[in-house]
Design a protein around this ligand. Structure first.
Ligand code: SF4
Length: 456
């Protein structure tokens, strides 16, 4: 599923073949389109389109090009449109110093007005910023409050601006320019920013992506932007489609977000298993304290799955690079299930990895690693810190200060029974990554640093 979060389907460029354009979008896997008003008239037309098609939603607002003629009654009209149930955002609004069709003074005053209107209407905002980064950020910072959110459409700023927007709770929408050969700076922002903060859009009929550059853009082409992001972030196309759609559904309140936790979930070309939400640690960076979702998958379980249910849902394990025990909890708390499922996967020719906190031997008060021999191809163990004190501070283990040495011992023992053993750390501020790397070397295991803000 893809969502084009910013198209102008109501524009005259689509008058001759709008139906065909919409049909092609659906055929290309575009599940929802948000069509964006830029004037009073186009906001009205956007609402009419949204009224006609289940899968089209509308945003209403006045583009900075058009604000010079806007008098107060315009806001009353926009307010009236906002009552329609398919209106999901206020926009596009903002600043455009590239063309300056309206004076900067007018643009700035009316941008503030419309931000306040959006807050009163409880709608997320869709912000246009072209060659006006400094003033856009200044106005947003001054007008911001926790109940004002939204998206910077067709983001074109630098990493510092992206990070500031994310701190304020805004999303960044990535459009066709990310595919342009000279857009390395934008690709670097996309590389650095967690995908949980990204949306995708076409801005059609403008800004056609590289493979169709020069043509009129249309929602079906949002696929090229998703492909580019997948390449930049080392994810699959399906991952990008699912995650950016989830982000859009959350922001605009459209579509159906999965309510039940999943017991298996694909990321890239691996299948992850979510077998428990219990854990013997309470890591300060653990994402399960903030959200039920990882990469667009709901991982909050109603009940723990049986081995049979997991085996059934895995199907043919050879279709994945690996079957990974991971999820929202410590998988080795369910050692019997891990062993039964791993045996079934191995029997069918699959590869098995376990992501664990390394507390297994403390949980069972015995060395469980011989029991995993022949069942598990790889294990990633959260070393998490360079010494016991830091480990306790970060991981808050149930077994206290002795846990750190037990995790190191788990890694040492794992080497004897599992061919591929990796110690991992999350690059949290208090972690001395180089000291952790040396410990992994001493233990004779591989080492991997996980980004602080990247999950899954
Ligand atoms: S070990 Fe994993 S699941 Fe448990 S608290 Fe830490 S990050 Fe969360």
């Amino acid at each position: 599923m893809l969502i084009d979060t910013h198209a102008h389907l109501e524009m005259r460029e689509f008058n001759d073949d709008r139906e065909d354009v919409i049909k092609r979008a659906r055929e290309a896997g575009v599940e929802y389109i948000i069509t964006i008003g830029t004037t009073i008239e186009s906001s009205r037309d956007a609402v009419l389109l949204a009224d006609k098609y289940d899968f089209i939603y509308a945003a209403i607002g006045i583009h900075p090009h058009e604000v010079r003629d806007i008098l107060h009654p315009a806001y009353e009209i926009i307010r009236h449109f906002a009552q329609h149930k398919k209106v999901v955002a206020y926009g596009e609004i903002g600043l455009d110093y590239h063309y300056e069709h309206s004076s900067r003074t007018d643009q700035k005053r009316k941008f503030r007005d419309m931000l306040r209107e959006a807050r009163e209407l409880e709608l997320p905002v869709i912000i246009h910023d072209r060659d006006a980064h400094e003033d856009t950020m200044q106005i947003l910072s001054e007008e911001w409050s926790p109940d004002l959110g939204g998206v910077m459409h067709c983001f074109s700023g630098d990493l510092a601006m992206a990070e500031r927007l994310i701190e304020m709770g805004f999303s960044l929408s990535i459009a066709g320019p990310v595919t342009f050969p000279k857009a390395e700076a934008l690709r670097e922002v996309v590389r650095q920013i967690p995908i949980e903060h990204l949306l995708i859009e076409t801005d059609s009929p403008y800004l056609a992506p590289q493979p169709v550059r020069g043509k009129r853009n249309e929602p079906a082409f949002v696929r090229h932007t998703a492909e580019a992001i997948a390449k930049i972030k080392g994810l699959s196309f399906d991952d990008v489609a699912r995650i950016t759609s989830f982000n859009a559904m959350q922001l605009f309140g459209i579509g159906t977000i999965p309510e039940r936790g999943q017991i298996t979930y694909p990321i890239r070309n691996s299948l992850y298993l979510n077998i428990t939400n219990r854990c013997t640690a309470s890591c300060t960076f653990c994402v399960r304290y903030h959200t039920d979702f990882v990469k667009g998958h709901n991982l909050r379980l109603g009940e723990e799955p049986t081995a049979d249910a997991l085996i059934k849902e895995i199907g043919d394990p050879k279709q994945y690079a690996e079957i990974v025990f991971c999820g929202y909890g410590e998988p080795l708390l369910r050692l019997d299930v891990v062993k039964a499922v791993a045996a079934a996967v191995k029997e069918r020719g699959g590869k098995v990895r376990i992501d664990t906190n390394g507390h297994g031997n403390l949980i069972y008060k015995r060395n469980i690693l011989p029991e995993l021999s022949g069942l598990v191809d790889g294990v990633s163990v959260s070393l998490n810190a360079q010494n016991a004190e830091t480990y306790v501070k970060i991981s808050q283990p149930k077994f206290g200060i002795e846990t750190y040495e037990a995790v190191k011992e788990f890694l040492r023992e794992a080497k004897k029974y599992i061919s591929d053993v990796t110690a991992t750390v999350v690059a949290a501020p208090e972690v001395d990554v180089e000291a952790c790397r040396r410990i992994a070397e001493e233990l004779g295991v591989k080492f991997r640093v996980r980004e602080y803000n990247v999950v899954g």
